[in-house]
Design a protein around this ligand. Sequence first.
Ligand code: NAG
Ligand code: NAG
Ligand code: NAG
Length: 172
Amino acid sequence: MWIGLIIIASLGDAVVVKMTNVVCESYNQSWIVVNLCRLKAVGRDKVVFNMNQNVLHPTNSVQVHANVLKKANGFKPWVISTKVDVCRYLRKKYNPFATMIHGLFGEFSNFNHTCPYVGPLIIKGFYLRPELVTLPWPTGEYMIAMKWFYYHRHQSDINITFVFREDLHSAK
Ligand SMILES: *[C@@H]1O[C@H](CO)[C@@H](O)[C@H](O)[C@H]1NC(C)=O
Ligand SMILES: *[C@@H]1O[C@H](CO)[C@@H](O)[C@H](O)[C@H]1NC(C)=O
Ligand SMILES: *[C@@H]1O[C@H](CO)[C@@H](O)[C@H](O)[C@H]1NC(C)=O
């Protein structure tokens, strides 16, 4: 972890990490409605993610299964696979990978209070900042695939694809 952080910190703006696709899917329209799930380019290497989902019933039990996949003839499982009890996590931040993801999203979302969750779940203007990604990602295309379970039943997915590369043009 620390080695990755140091390498990326020293590469500075020679690293580009950019989202290339997002997919949000509800598997139960009577619980979750996806109103918005979209990337928007706002600059040369800056893409922002906007999402709006509506949770129709108060939900006190949320689990997320997150996998990081790397593209090589289709997406293959890569280093990270984790399961997080989101309601427990929001009471006490116990999982380092969740802390990394939450650190990335935190200020752009309203996922910042303890359960229950009901009503809009919003991510607004989120973008990936390489200095916050504390792993030494090899250049390539990745996907963070998140399956969301409410009361241990799979209700929705959020999949975010991004590229990570060294930007030779801005390298010093
Ligand atoms: C779909 O959501 C409704 C409303 O919360 C719930 O009662 C039902 O059990 C869910 N169905 C499945 C298959 O999870
Ligand atoms: C949670 O996020 C909302 C919306 O961004 C913000 O208004 C609120 O102050 C935040 N609450 C905490 C506890 O950070
Ligand atoms: C998200 O990605 C996972 C892993 O590749 C896949 O199993 C799942 O079907 C995807 N979900 C959607 C909605 O595309």
